[in-house]
Design a protein around this ligand. Structure first.
Ligand SMILES: C[S@@+](CC[C@H](N)C(=O)[O-])C[C@H]1O[C@@H](n2cnc3c(N)ncnc32)[C@H](O)[C@@H]1O
Length: 333
């Protein structure tokens, strides 16, 4: 359940997004092998720069390459991280572009990758971005305005069965067929253009659910995941980190819904089985009571991490994986 508006923030955090599990993230990065503490940490979901700021403050030798697909988020991160000068670099990139963009942006193999998946509170809170069922706005949901397809395109053109499958598989909505049926019936009268109209339609179809969450929560989550191709993006994210991390480097992933966490858990366990990575979190790190109380978003957060073996992979040294070796322009071995 990802939709939580967060207003007000403790300890110098941006009031528009409170970073989740920032303490454990910093501790996992502080535990990097000493030679990597002055390396580049790729914050691949830099958002409003909250985690990046905490890391740069806590690890005075470290540098952060911050990436995000949302140009508005990057603008805000740029302002927030300006005080770190050349220790912070920012670049617009989707996870599916990291394999190319990271080697082109920094000189060394990264000491760590951090992925804090999903949307920021800033994205949810701005009705014109179209993510929210709580405030009416255009039915958009693109994190990156360069994408061609909006949520309205999906809602108004997919057939009923495909919509139902999407709501079930990407949202976990068990009453996906009823939601899809209601949407298809309503759009015959007029296409959906606003989040409010869609939320009302789904609520009318699924109303009466005995739960505290809004009845459209899972349908909106599924649409957001489809618009932003979040499943494919996560697969690219994990593959890029596996490929580019320096020996001894760490991969940290925070996820907010069970399907995503299951993918991360399976992937990290598979990496550990190869012997090339060690699992640092046998069970996921979760927010403590104080953080859960202060930030509702933290309640569903799970942090998992692995460390790459200190020796370069057996079977030959790949220059892009040696910490002191320059990376090729495309990260090519
Ligand atoms: C939860 S927020 C990150 C907040 C950030 N860690 C902070 O502390 O301020 C997630 C960010 O990841 C970005 N994002 C999500 N999927 C992405 C992808 N596939 N590629 C690049 N950025 C992505 C979103 O645009 C959003 O700004």
């Amino acid at each position: 359940m990802e939709e939580h508006a967060v207003h007000g923030a403790p300890g110098g955090e941006s009031p528009r997004h409170v970073s989740v599990l920032a303490g454990p993230v910093v501790e996992l990065l502080r535990g990097l092998t000493p030679g990597l503490l002055s390396g580049w940490i790729v914050d691949a979901t830099v958002g409003l720069g909250g985690h990046a700021e905490r890391v740069l403050d806590a690890l005075p030798q470290a540098r952060v390459l911050g990436c995000d697909r949302d140009p508005r988020a990057l603008e805000l991160a740029r302002e927030r991280l300006a005080r770190f000068g050349p220790r912070a670099r920012l670049v617009a990139a989707r996870h599916s572009e990291l394999a190319r963009v990271v080697p082109a942006s920094i000189e060394l193999a990264p000491a760590a990758f951090l992925f804090d998946l999903g949307v920021s509170s800033m994205q949810l809170d701005e009705p014109e971005r179209g993510f929210s069922f709580q405030a009416d706005g255009p039915l958009d949901m693109r994190m990156d305005p360069g994408l061609d397809r909006t949520a309205a395109d999906i809602v108004n053109s997919w057939d009923e069965r495909d919509l139902a499958d999407l709501f079930y598989f990407e949202g976990g909505e068990t009453r996906s067929r009823a939601a899809a049926r209601a949407i298809v019936a309503a759009r015959r009268r007029a296409p959906f253009l606003r989040t409010g109209a869609l939320a009302d339609c789904v609520a009318a179809a699924l109303g009466g659910r005995s739960s505290k969450i809004h009845p459209a929560t899972l349908v909106f989550q599924a649409l957001r995941r489809a618009v932003n191709q979040e499943g494919e993006e996560l697969a690219s994210a994990l593959a890029a980190a596996e490929r580019l991390l320096a020996p001894g480097g760490r991969l940290l992933v925070i996820s907010f819904h069970s399907g995503e966490d299951a993918v991360v858990k399976r992937h990290l366990a598979a990496l550990a089985r190869t012997g090339r990575f060690t699992l640092l979190t046998k069970s996921p790190v979760e927010a403590d009571l104080a953080e859960r109380r202060a930030n509702p978003r933290a309640r569903s957060a799970k942090l998992r991490a692995v460390e790459r073996a200190h020796q370069p992979d057996s079977g030959g040294t790949r220059p892009d994986l040696v910490p002191d070796a320059p990376l090729g322009p495309e990260g090519a071995p």
